[in-house]
Design a binder for this molecule. Structure first.
Ligand code: FES
Ligand SMILES: [Fe+2]
Length: 366
């Protein structure tokens, strides 16, 4: 993406800036919500084009190994867990442990051929999700992005831990999430409205994180927020702060408060967006939300709001964001020549994160 006033990059591969450029591999990516991997279950997932199977070992820890048997390449997720810790291939019964090593060959002299192994992925459960390290550098659990807002909160204040697949490159989804202006159009009436268009968008860099904010004063509370606050005043301040944490997770702090007061005195939710590339053209999108400053005390009302927030957000992502992002992907892919997007004031966060991500991609490619 070129800056306003900057020259176009000649010789760049078509579309590379927007939907190409590969992945930052030496990083943690969410493969599943923790409650998405039950005991005894084999969960298949493609990440960065690599087939992976996840399961719980006898001690409860999650293991993740290549989902492609070393013998005739049968998908291991079609097999079964044996002896508590191993997957038995469905085709000829080779058994692999949680590191990907073949530990049993039931055939012939029963020796294990040296090449009989599949790739293993370091897996850590944190913040109610299963994170995989996709790179070849040593896995460092301290680099898992901070989603502690998900820890130690009442389930009633948390929405369903949900996910969808969007048929688009992960960067188009980051572009969408860091662009706070689109809520006033794509999600009008649900997450934004015309009152929020004029407010200034701020952008700051915090280490390698990019934080984009918007504070709309004297605004009618958008639908979802109005329900958090029985007897809310007719006009409020609405605020949003979206933090991007490389390579592809985002945490949003949003809500409403009395006009001119400290946002933290209001009510709203933390929204969690975890993006994991399935491949260059598809992305696993894991999401949930946690309410803060909860003012509604009645259990039934909170249960209704919990379901409503989950449904509204899924609707916004699946029915409003995804169709536009997927269409963008197609339009960009089909372009005959490199595209150079016009930059608006609302793109400030997008320009900033692409610079940081671009550097990380360059470092890995070296
Ligand atoms: S394909 Fe797995 S044992 Fe033959
Ligand atoms: Fe959106």
């Amino acid at each position: 993406m070129t800056q306003p006033g900057e020259a176009k990059t000649n010789g760049a591969k078509p579309h590379q800036d927007m939907i190409g450029g590969g992945y930052v591999r030496n990083a943690w990516y969410v493969a599943a919500w923790s409650d998405g991997i039950a005991d005894g279950q084999l969960v298949a997932r493609t990440i960065m084009g690599e087939p992976i199977v996840l399961y719980r070992k006898a001690d409860g820890n999650v293991a993740a190994i290549e989902d492609r048997c070393a013998h005739r390449f049968a998908p291991l997720h079609m097999g079964k867990i044996v002896g508590g810790d191993r997957i038995q291939c469905p085709y000829h019964g080779l058994e692999f442990d949680g590191t990907g090593a073949c530990v049993k060959n039931p055939h012939g002299a029963k020796t294990i051929p040296p090449r009989a192994r599949v790739k293993g992925y370091p897996a850590v459960e944190r913040h109610k999700a299963v994170w995989l390290w996709m790179g070849s550098a040593p896995a460092d659990a301290s680099k898992i992005p901070n989603f502690s807002v998900l820890d130690n909160v009442p389930e009633l204040h948390t929405t369903k831990r949900d996910s969808i697949v969007i048929k688009a490159n992960y960067q188009l989804i980051i572009d969408n999430l860091l662009d706070l202006s689109h809520t006033s159009y794509l999600h009008e009436g649900i997450l934004g409205n015309a009152d929020t268009v004029d407010s200034e968008i701020t952008c700051e860099q915090d280490g390698d994180d990019v934080v984009v904010g918007r504070h709309a004063t004297n605004s009618a509370p958008p639908g979802m927020f109005a329900q958090f606050w029985p007897n809310h005043p007719p006009r409020v301040d609405k605020f949003t702060k979206m933090r991007w944490m490389a390579p592809s997770t985002l945490r949003l702090f949003t809500g409403i408060c009395r006009m001119g007061t400290d946002p933290e005195t209001g009510t709203g939710y933390h929204a969690i967006h975890l993006l994991t590339p399935e491949n260059e053209r598809a992305t696993h999108y894991f999401f949930t939300a946690v309410r803060w400053g909860v003012q509604t005390t009645e259990e039934k009302l909170n249960r209704d709001l919990q379901a409503k927030v989950a449904e509204m957000r899924r609707f916004a992502f699946e029915e409003q964001d995804a169709p536009v992002i997927e269409a963008q992907q197609r339009v960009i892919e089909e372009a005959a020549a490199p595209l150079d997007p016009v930059i608006l004031a609302v793109d400030v966060g997008c320009v900033r994160y692409k610079r940081i991500l671009g550097k990380m991609l360059q470092v890995e490619q070296r």
